[in-house]
Write a protein that binds this ligand. Structure first.
Ligand SMILES: C[S@@+](CC[C@H](N)C(=O)[O-])C[C@H]1O[C@@H](n2cnc3c(N)ncnc32)[C@H](O)[C@@H]1O
Length: 246
């Protein structure tokens, strides 16, 4: 079982490759997830926003450019936070921090929180959910993009004799826990699989209202711009939860 030092070291080891990917073509973010994430965030003008697991800060920069008055990006990985600070505007703030403990933040101080592919990396996603609930103002929203539980279980493309993709095999869906995931083609990091009901029941038990679920796919136009996203027409790789504090 990986401990928090191991998990941090895994991200430290891939930080420079991650920054290149995040600031490059980045089809999954630019072509697939940014549009529904931004739509779920809505008008952010004047909002105070918390980004849990902000990486090198790309989504914080987008939110600040769209008019957020203050965006706080938190990440465990020092090299990623250092990279975020290099491009930081006056509306952004970055801090090396484990998002499972937000004890340094006061209650009810944010209008919106985002988690862009971070909860799947947390051994304690429930702790993060509880902490975000605490620091959100009443009526504040928490937008979470995550690996789809159907894909974080165990599943590979089953291929035909000529290597063509036939279908995805889903297995070990009810066996929650650590998985070794391939990112950036050859790099491996640990992430955590949980069932859909574990996520949703935890959000509800924390006190959140579940306002919506988005299963991102792509239009023909997006596919023309990002042909490498063709799988997204066939299987749900990602899910976005839209939560609100009553
Ligand atoms: C898949 S990346 C997503 C980064 C960024 N949100 C993006 O969309 O490009 C996951 C991020 O979570 C961070 N992370 C992992 N465990 C964390 C923890 N316990 N606390 C804070 N950040 C963590 C990693 O360092 C990494 O930057």
């Amino acid at each position: 079982m990986a401990n928090s030092d191991n998990l941090r070291q895994e991200w430290d080891a891939i930080a420079s490759a991650w920054i290149r990917e995040a600031r490059g073509r980045n089809p999954v973010r630019n072509g697939l997830l940014d549009p529904p994430m931004l739509e779920a965030c809505g008008n952010v003008e004047g909002l105070r926003i918390l980004d849990c697991g902000c990486g090198e800060g790309r989504f914080c920069r987008i939110l600040a450019e769209r008019g957020a008055v203050y965006v706080l990006g938190l990440d465990l990985c020092e090299p990623l936070i250092a990279a975020a600070r290099e491009l930081q505007s006056q509306r952004e703030d970055y801090r090396v921090q484990d998002v499972q403990d937000l004890g340094f933040l006061e209650d009810e101080t944010f209008d919106l929180a985002v988690s862009y592919l971070n909860q799947c990396d947390l051994p304690g996603f429930a702790a993060n959910t509880g902490e975000v609930f605490r620091v959100l103002k009443k009526g504040g929203r928490f937008i979470i993009a995550n690996l789809h539980p159907m894909r974080s279980a165990t599943g590979k493309w089953h291929r035909g004799p000529d290597g063509e993709k036939l279908h995805v095999v889903v297995d070990e869906y009810f066996a929650e826990g650590e998985r070794r995931a391939q990112v950036l083609r050859e790099k491996i990091v640990t992430n955590f699989h949980r069932t859909l009901s574990t996520y949703i029941n935890t959000f509800i038990a924390t006190g959140f209202l579940l306002k919506g679920i988005i299963e991102p796919t792509i239009t023909r136009e997006q596919l023309a711009a990002y042909p490498e996203l063709d799988n997204e027409l066939r299987v749900p790789n990602f899910i976005i939860y839209v939560l609100q504090k009553p």
